[in-house]
Design a protein around this ligand. Structure first.
Ligand SMILES: *Cc1c(COP(=O)(O)O)cnc(C)c1O
Length: 487
């Protein structure tokens, strides 16, 4: 939930165009109107205002799904009025969520026997999934410490400085210290060696990211597992790994089935994935799966019976819609392994086309890796004249929403543009985007050379020398004050 702020606009009323056919008076902006209005008017007013939002299909800032098949849209619309928590009333919806959990657990190689069911739950997204996984890890650690008669009030998590913001939220909301492994020049994910150096007896888990939010790169979970096993053996600790596979969890199983990062590794005890990213469902669904029943402490599971029969629940929310669960099940059976693989192959292919096109401009360094989430992260080779922030801003006029940001400590000097490739991005769009990037580069070059020409108009030689002397003098002053870089 975004903290409420509104577009600054002194007008306290909404003025509408077409709705004036139905309503005479403008609507108050921040107070509930005194009177009702016809449904057509309400529709028209909101529809007109929403026109100014960006086009989701051109929003390359986000991993979250922006297109589904019309058949699935139909199922979603038909289930909008079903509350997911009413398991007794909607047993089929509950059954579909259980099937999804099991399908995901098998995809992630959880050790689930033929007649066993996997342990996991559908959530609003990876953020809720991570809160739940984090709470389970914290509770397990506390139980162990308690029974050993040791203090259990200073839990910590070790993760890369590149973690998604939800880990910082978890740490602050649930009072766990987040110990971040700093990045470094040329290495923009968690270094497993450093991570294992940072763990101690209070570490509830090391959180690895499969698909760094910033660059799409996969962290080396296999190496982390090896090093942490050694450390555990040396010290007698029992520190597990959680994998945040929000974006990579639906990429790796299809594109890199031999990559060892999931439940096949002994220390990986829980994994989250975002159904609404490469799980290919609209915003509002995530999943967390535990390796075994023992990895989810019983005391976190609530049993309620006032909606019907006994229901175990472990979520932060009580009520929520069921359409996303149904949509996830649709995608699983509609696409199957084959379909997901071909969607992911296609995304990778489009990322490659885009990357090659961008490389050809000669202006960018490619920061994203070939193996990882299908995205292209780029940095300017030379940002003396203009920056990626200006490029991001200029691309908006063509409708593209492409974010620019600086990397976390200790790589904050690097500013990148990130272009996420989703299923609904195609080769034509990739080619057009490259054209627009070239155009923007040319415009910025021209603009900045005009500015430069204006700032230093041609002078006669003598005047020029005098000016240079003044500049040198100021430089010396500034350097002495330690404020160089200003001029
Ligand atoms: C997107 C993302 C999250 C948060 O996921 P939501 O599903 O949006 O809550 C967490 N971790 C990583 C690595 C992500 O990419």
């Amino acid at each position: 939930m975004v903290i409420s702020t509104t577009i600054s606009d002194s007008d306290s009323h909404l003025h509408t165009t077409f709705a004036s056919r139905y309503v005479r008076n403008p609507l108050p902006r921040f107070r509930m109107p005194e009177e009702s209005i016809p449904k057509e008017a309400a529709y028209q007013i909101i529809n007109d205002e929403l026109m100014l939002d960006g086009n989701p299909r051109l929003n390359l800032a986000s991993f979250v799904t922006t297109w589904m098949e019309p058949e699935c849209d139909k199922l979603i619309m038909a289930s909008l009025n079903k509350n997911y928590v009413d398991m007794d009333e909607y047993p089929v919806t509950t059954e579909l969520q259980n099937r999804c959990v099991n399908m995901i657990a098998h995809l992630l190689n959880a050790p689930v026997g033929e007649d066993e069911t996997a342990i996991g739950v559908g959530t609003v997204g990876s953020s809720e999934a991570i809160m739940l996984a984090g709470l389970a890890l914290k509770r397990k650690w506390q139980q162990k410490r308690k029974s050993a008669g040791k203090p259990y009030d200073k839990p910590n998590i070790v993760a890369g400085a590149n973690v998604q913001v939800c880990w910082e939220k978890f740490a602050r909301y649930f009072e766990v210290e987040l110990k971040e492994v700093k990045l470094r020049e040329g290495y923009y994910v968690m270094d497993p060696v450093k991570a294992v150096e940072m763990v101690d007896e209070n570490t509830i888990c090391v959180a690895a990211t499969l698909g760094s939010t910033l660059t799409g790169e996969f962290e080396d979970v296999k190496l982390l597992n090896e090093l942490l096993m050694e450390k555990n053996k040396e010290t007698g600790w029992d520190i597990p790994i959680h994998v945040d596979a929000a974006s990579g969890g639906f990429i790796a199983p299809f594109l890199y089935p031999d990559l060892m990062w999931d439940f096949r590794l002994p220390l990986v005890k829980s994994i989250n994935v975002s159904g609404h990213k490469y799980g290919l469902v609209y915003a509002g669904i995530g999943w967390v799966v535990w390796k075994t029943k023992d990895d989810l402490p019983d005391e976190l599971i609530f049993h309620i019976n006032y909606l019907g029969s006994d229901q175990p629940t472990f979520t932060l929310n009580f009520s929520k819609g069921s359409s996303q669960v149904i949509a996830q099940y649709y995608q699983f059976i509609r696409l199957g392994f084959e379909g997901y693989k071909s969607v992911m192959d296609n995304c990778m292919e489009n990322a490659k086309v885009l990357k090659e096109g961008i490389k050809k401009t000669g202006q960018f360094e490619i920061i994203s890796k070939d193996v990882g989430v299908p995205l292209v992260a780029i940095a300017l080779k030379d940002s003396d004249t203009y920056t990626v922030f200006e490029i991001s801003e200029s691309l908006r006029k063509f409708g593209w929403i492409i974010p620019a940001y600086t990397m976390p400590p200790n790589a904050q000097h690097l500013a990148v543009l990130r272009i996420v490739i989703r299923e609904d991005f195609n080769r034509n769009l990739a080619e057009r985007l490259v054209l627009h990037i070239e155009k923007v580069l040319k415009e910025l070059d021209e603009l900045h050379s005009r500015i430069a020409a204006h700032v230093t108009p041609a002078k006669d030689e003598k005047e020029h020398q005098k000016e240079e002397e003044v500049v040198r003098y100021w430089r010396r002053l500034v350097d002495r004050d330690g404020t160089s870089g200003v001029c």
